[in-house]
Write a protein that binds this ligand. Structure first.
Ligand SMILES: [Zn+2]
Length: 336
């Protein structure tokens, strides 16, 4: 998550620009996903979890996993399933946050890197508060604020890797590299995600919706879909339940925080499934609120936003069959 100032209307810019390849891939990938179209007469869609559930949550930044699915993650663990969170970035490209923490007007690259380390520590504390186990996360340390650029301009090694204007890095720290020689390129991020998904084989895969108005969140959707094509080629029998969550949608959900019930984002349809309401127990609500408080740096600058998600339920949706491959032929998520 980042600041409210970054969230301008942008959904109109997020459309599939490569439809010509869609038909070739959609049937194959659709067969790998339990994507569902809900007729109007059927009961409300649900998320069923049990001891066989292997949940993978794709979080663009530290805190997105708890905001979107802090209750669901607890439930999976409570019934004996497994949970893993993959953080695409360290959340280190947030000038307002770094300025606040460092009391500096012009942060240096070291300031941004230090901020990222602090947010990673906060993520570990939050997952501990949710009692998810010690090895429940992976940090990929890709560039915060730069993921949309990797879907097209910085896709392959035909040009230099993307360099973060904040940290000045062009690759993850060696300790966080999953696939050797990874740099800040789109195809490298796809490969890392494909490796993680192929190894972990989630039965339930949670990823932001393509309509999420933060460019990194929107890009996360496209990278996961692209990685699933690769996984399907290597593991033809792989199947997963692909489910979306959403964090950034206009002024939702912090415009009616008095209501303990989290409404669905106004004006946004519930994908192929219709909206899925997941109710938290009082204990799960308390643990989620406690976990969100571990994100101290974010509480300092946007506690109103975090509070907006500390409610009695979470909302999800299942997407229509993904119909995109990377690299994109035009910018998919950068117009926000
Ligand atoms: Zn985020």
């Amino acid at each position: 998550m980042r600041g409210r100032a970054t969230l301008k209307g942008c959904a109109t810019g997020i459309t599939t620009g490569i439809a010509f390849v869609v038909v070739l891939f959609a049937d194959t990938l659709d067969a790998a996903l339990h994507t569902q179209r809900a007729p109007a007469h059927v009961a409300a869609p649900t998320l069923a979890v049990n001891a066989d559930t292997q949940l993978l949550v794709v979080a663009p930044h530290p805190d997105d996993e708890t905001l979107g699915a802090g209750g669901l993650m607890q439930r999976v663990r409570e019934v004996g399933g497994r949970v893993h969170v993959v953080y695409l970035t360290d959340g280190d490209g947030y000038p307002e946050g770094v300025q606040y923490e460092g009391r500096v007007e012009s942060p240096t690259a070291d300031d941004y890197r230090g901020y990222g380390r602090r947010r990673r520590a906060e993520a570990r504390a939050a997952l501990t508060a949710l009692k998810l186990g010690r090895y429940a996360y992976t940090f990929l340390s890709f560039p915060d604020g730069g993921l949309c650029r990797l879907t097209r301009q910085y896709w392959s090694e035909h040009r230099s890797a993307y360099r973060s204007p904040y940290t000045r890095l062009d690759r993850p720290p060696r300790s966080e590299i999953v696939v050797p020689n990874t740099e800040y390129r789109g195809e490298d991020l796809t490969q890392e995600l494909a490796r993680l998904i192929g190894d972990y084989k989630p039965t339930l895969l949670l990823v932001p919706r393509r309509e999420d108005q933060h460019p990194d969140h929107c890009a996360a959707w496209y990278f996961v879909v692209d990685a699933l094509y690769d996984v399907k080629r290597v593991h033809p029998d792989f199947q997963t339940d692909l489910v979306n969550y959403i964090i950034h949608w206009n002024s939702w959900p912090f415009d009616d925080e008095e209501d303990r019930h989290l409404p669905t984002p106004p004006g946004l349809r519930g994908g192929a499934s219709g909206w899925i309401e997941f109710r938290l127990t009082p204990a799960e609500q308390r643990a989620k609120s406690d976990a969100l408080k571990r994100y101290v740096t974010q509480e300092h600058v946007m506690s109103y936003f975090l509070d907006g998600f500390a409610r009695a339920n979470e909302v999800f949706s299942r997407p229509r069959p993904p119909q995109v491959v990377l690299p994109a032929r035009r910018n998919l998520c950068c117009e926000q």
